[in-house]
Design a protein around this ligand. Structure first.
Ligand code: 4NP
Length: 174
């Protein structure tokens, strides 16, 4: 696909130090590994301002490092005006984050819970598609979050890079 604009993806959680920085780092890692990193512009943000300017929580950094994933983010607050212009896909970690971005003016068609991209979870109702907040958990909480986030990011990447039916490859048109 020549000269296609990168798709902007914004991962959103509450503090932007535990879950969304992991989703951001994992998605970038997988996209680069598959040679499609250039197709996406990926960031994360929080809807709460307590940790603005901070690097990801050390427990998120530890689990990411164990899997060879770098976390590039510094916590920042959602900026509705510019974020909803720059990012075509807004990906909240849970329903509370989702309600917050919708209340801030995001278009509903652009907002999708991260776990809804995991094909293994397709049958679950929305309230079960939430990445739990691990902030008050031990390292095992962060391991569990890493697993959920990774499976969903694999599904997300597959969905976003799947050839579209409406655009047949050159030479295959009938
Ligand atoms: P996150 O986790 O939303 O995944 O970054 C949290 C981090 C900090 C707080 C809450 C959740 N906090 O209350 O400070």
């Amino acid at each position: 696909m020549p000269n296609q604009e990168p798709l902007g993806i914004l991962f959103v959680c509450l503090g932007n130090i535990c879950r969304s920085p992991l989703a951001e780092g994992v998605f970038i890692h997988l996209a680069r590994e598959r040679g499609v990193g250039e197709r996406f512009c990926v960031e994360s943000c929080g809807t709460g301002n307590w940790h603005v300017g901070a690097r990801p929580d050390h427990r998120s950094e530890a689990v990411a490092r164990r899997h060879g994933v770098n976390l590039p983010s510094c916590a920042r607050l959602l900026d509705p005006k510019s974020d909803f212009e720059r990012f075509g896909l807004i990906v909240p970690m849970d329903l509370s984050n989702s309600r917050n971005v919708l209340a801030a003016g995001a278009e509903a068609e652009r907002v999708r819970l991260l776990l809804s991209f995991d094909p293994a979870l397709k049958h679950l109702p929305e309230h079960e598609l939430q990445v739990p907040d691990p902030y008050h958990e031990g390292p095992e909480g962060f391991d569990a979050v890493f697993k959920m986030v990774s499976s969903a990011c694999v599904g997300m990447l597959e969905e976003l890079t799947a050839p579209t039916r409406s655009a047949p490859a050159p030479g295959l048109e009938r």
